[in-house]
Ligand binder design. Structure first.
Ligand code: AVI
Length: 322
């Protein structure tokens, strides 16, 4: 499914209008990832405080054999499908091991962004000349369903990087139910969850000392300025992150430092901000095992095995269909 840039633009404008007209105001973190946002996110992943990427990398580096065995026991042919593959650096550890063990599989990255897929294919073709790779561009569920109709091989679906954490628990449940509907009985799902831990460790990951996470959040205002003709002054907003240990959710906000009016030309509208009024930007939900089991159960899956890093900060959870 192709999404034209006009459609994308309308959705962005509509979502900004909806979010800034609401009480309390909000913006969707799915719009963080323009070119500059993707660059800042790469920087976040390299921050000492941002343990998530390192933990998942450790699991993939140290338990590749066990992961491989739990994916396929009889060396049957399968499709390794990745939802939102990014730069593929963690998946490349699996791909490398699978190829060295003569696994028979096709790597199928699915992404909404044609550029991301192009970049990933180029990189993987150089790194793994023998890899069978088939990119699919579009919405995850639509693309999976279409793929399912033309390909009956077993699917192992990867959803990594704690991306599920950026959904509320209700959204996460809907997401997995939709995934379930596009999967067959013997397919598997492999999901990265960030686990509950010392709240201070979590908070530091979302409030880093170099201010990269702040820049990552503020960049969305710059994007709105550029793409929708707004006049946000980013200096008049400050990033604030919090972690709520009962809800097990990290949340980030941009706080208006003064009473101000912001004009968004393409919406033909002005928005009032009171002094210290927050815009809710992002949720990063943290999980425990009971929550993971419950979520799997509620969406038609069952946890087959959890893989942990050495500090139990993070788990890659392998789900089968009930
Ligand atoms: C992409 N996602 C899993 C990141 C997270 O940890 O929630 C996005 C992020 N936001 C701030 N830092 C990183």
């Amino acid at each position: 499914m192709q999404i034209s840039s006009a459609t994308k633009q309308n959705t962005f404008a509509d979502d900004v209008l909806r979010g800034l007209s609401a009480t309390p105001k909000f913006l969707s973190s799915k719009y963080f990832y323009d070119d500059e946002g993707s660059r800042l996110f790469q920087q976040i992943m390299n921050l000492p405080e941002y343990y998530l990427t390192k933990a998942e990398f450790e699991i993939f580096s140290n338990q590749t054999g066990e992961i491989y065995e739990s994916f396929t026991k009889q060396n049957e042919t399968f499709n390794l499908i990745e939802l939102g593959a990014g730069d593929g650096s963690k998946t490349s550890l699996l791909v490398d091991y699978f190829l060295k063990h003569n696994a028979r599989f096709t790597y199928v990255p699915i992404d909404i962004s044609a550029e991301a897929l192009h970049f990933l294919t180029k990189k993987f073709k150089v790194q793994f000349p023998k890899l069978s790779i088939q990119t699919e561009q579009g919405d995850y569920f639509q693309t999976l369903k279409t793929f399912q109709r033309k390909n009956d091989k077993r699917k192992i679906v990867l959803f990594l990087g704690s991306n599920i954490g950026n959904f509320s628990q209700e959204q996460a449940c809907n997401f997995f139910c939709q995934l379930r509907a596009a999967m067959n009985e013997t397919d598997l799902l492999f999901v990265g969850f960030d686990l509950q831990k010392d709240p201070r460790t979590i908070l530091r990951a979302y409030d880093d000392s170099q201010g990269v996470t702040a820049a990552f959040n503020l960049n969305l205002l710059t994007r709105i300025n550029r793409e929708l003709g707004a006049n946000f002054n980013t200096q008049d907003f400050s990033h604030y992150a919090g972690y709520h240990p009962i809800e097990a959710a990290a949340r980030s906000f941009l706080i208006s430092r003064k009473s101000q009016t912001v004009r968004i030309e393409s919406l033909e509208k002005s928005f009032e901000f009171a002094a210290w009024e927050p815009i809710f930007m992002e949720i990063s939900q943290k999980y425990n095992l009971a929550m993971i089991n419950e979520l799997a159960d509620a969406s038609g899956f069952q946890v087959a095995k959890n893989f942990y890093d050495s500090r139990n900060f993070y788990t890659n959870s392998l789900w089968k269909i009930i």
